[in-house]
Design a protein. Structure first.
Length: 249
């Protein structure tokens, strides 16, 4: 970083404890270089607990399954009849398939205790289980542009869709929901991100996952949109710098 000149950073990391060294290095050596998604937002998205706690505290108009942040609280919820799903708190663990990041959906307190006994509490995330859904919807956001698609069985997706099929899996986004998603991005500090959500029986969208800088593999125009956004970000910054230099001269 000291040797080469950088105009912009795109920070996309697997979830590792060593990532803190990367955050510290960028903050120390290149604090004024723009980042597509803020380092704080990337760090937050490494942990489900931090991400959903942020939504609970700062985006109260977005619906999410209720989260429980300790084994004790999750146990009390189960005693009250609440269905719980147990996941690993780390969001993007290296070399771990998506279906292995879910520990299970205990039917009772005994099953719950059995499922968590071999894990550290801080490595787990507990959330209300809303049930099985055949359709998972995804929203992809690039700056102020957003598109939503359907995803049949997100753990076993068909990767060989034709261009026509890619168009047909798109679904309209409720305008109010779109505004709230874009507002969430501004609050957390992300301009390029993805949201997974389901539609509950009462018709409300519930967010079940957040991804910083997703793959966009099912969005053919995403490459050009991301490229344009990067170009505009760098260009606008250069204009600001030139203006400041002229003002000082």
């Amino acid at each position: 970083m000291k040797k080469y000149s950088f105009s912009l950073f795109i920070v996309k990391l697997l979830s590792r404890d060593s990532n803190q060294a990367i955050y510290d290095t960028i903050n120390k050596i290149s604090p004024n270089i723009p980042v597509i998604n803020s380092l704080n937002s990337v760090r937050m998205c490494e942990h489900r607990s931090q991400t959903f706690n942020f939504i609970e505290q700062r985006c109260k108009k977005l619906s999410i399954p209720k989260s429980y942040y300790s084994i004790h609280d999750a146990s009390i919820a189960i005693k009250k009849g609440v269905k719980i799903i147990i996941k690993l708190d780390m969001h993007n663990i290296p070399n771990l398939p998506k279906n292995d990041r879910i520990i299970g959906n205990p039917k009772n307190l005994s099953q719950f205790k059995e499922m968590v006994k071999n894990y550290k509490e801080e490595d787990l995330f507990f959330q209300e289980y809303l049930g099985k859904f055949d359709l998972i919807y995804k929203i992809y956001v690039i700056d102020r542009w957003a598109v939503s698609i359907t995803s049949h069985n997100r753990l076993r997706q068909n990767e060989n869709l034709s261009p026509l099929e890619l168009v047909h899996i798109r679904v309209p986004i409720d305008k109010q929901f779109k505004r709230r998603i874009l507002r969430f991005g501004r609050k957390i500090g992300m301009s390029t991100f993805g949201i997974d959500y389901i539609i509950s029986q009462d018709g409300n969208p519930y967010i079940v996952d957040v991804n910083d800088f997703p793959s966009f593999r099912r969005i053919p125009e995403a490459i050009s949109l991301v490229s344009d956004y990067i170009y505009n970000t760098i260009t606008s910054r250069q204009v600001v710098i030139r203006t400041l230099v002229k003002a000082k001269s």
